[in-house]
Design a protein around this ligand. Sequence first.
Ligand code: SF4
Length: 328
Amino acid sequence: MAEPLLIGLNLRAFYRLKMGGVRAVDGVDITVPRGSIVGLAGESGCGKTTLVNVLLANVRPPLELLGGSVLLDGLDVLKMSRDEVRKKVWGVKVSYVPQAALNALNPTKRIIDLIRDAVRQHTPATDQEIVSMCKRRFEELNLPFDSIYRYPHELSGGMRQRVIIATSTLLNPQLLFVDEPTSALDVSTQKQVLRMLLDIKNDRIIDSIVFVTHELPLLRQIASHVYIMYAGKIVEYGPAEEILLEPQHPYTKALMYSVMTPEPESRQRGIISIPGEPPSLISPPPGCRFHPRCPHAMDICRTREPALVELRSGSGVACFLHHSKEAA
Ligand code: SF4
């Protein structure tokens, strides 16, 4: 079997703040197989975006790395200097569409000017070369090429998002991270963005994608593998079909039921919100971090932390309900 495109091992990172250290990523292992779309799901404040920054080797104060390694196509990126990462990794091996990208475009610049600024951070391409890159990519993705000569406010939210994603692939990186790319969009526009991401992967423009979202059921349409993150830790992972059809961890189930989907069962059940809020990561609860919100919490859950145990090959869960007596 081919080596995974990305392997993150025992990643630990925290924010050093005046009120204390925020343990945003606490012992995370994650693998992105080649040719996959990996979903990373969890509520806001669970550490997803921080984990992405660590995987991108974008660790700057107040974020500090405590340990772990990231191998991206054989490159040990956390050991590289920021300058090396900027030249050899960002844009060319890996690209990132951050959560706020849709609204963060400079309104005084045309799309092509923004693209030129971004591309020239990585390569000294001429104006003509950049326009040719855009033309080829926009044609491949059936996007109107003349949109590059417009200002951001002249494009709809959905078109803006698709243009941002398309331009993030211009230098042919192998891996694309997209952080909540559909959260500000209506349902039909969401579908267009998801369709485009699938095309990007299926047409081999990009080898693999990491899709970050708080809407777990969305991943049914796109992901091959899923990781569920809660309070800085991975609590469940596995093939998307398994996790989305038969979630094992109570938090994964709660995430599934907190969003309405088109399925009849979902409409019958309605939306069931998750009680309480994600814990403070300055002083997370002892034992299982989900125990104050878990309807199945037992005594052991309040004092001991459940390990992430492999259930079947390629899937695992961190919950005492699924541990054998010996493991517990
Ligand atoms: Fe709930 Fe206990 Fe499982 Fe945590 S370990 S999810 S508290 S049952």
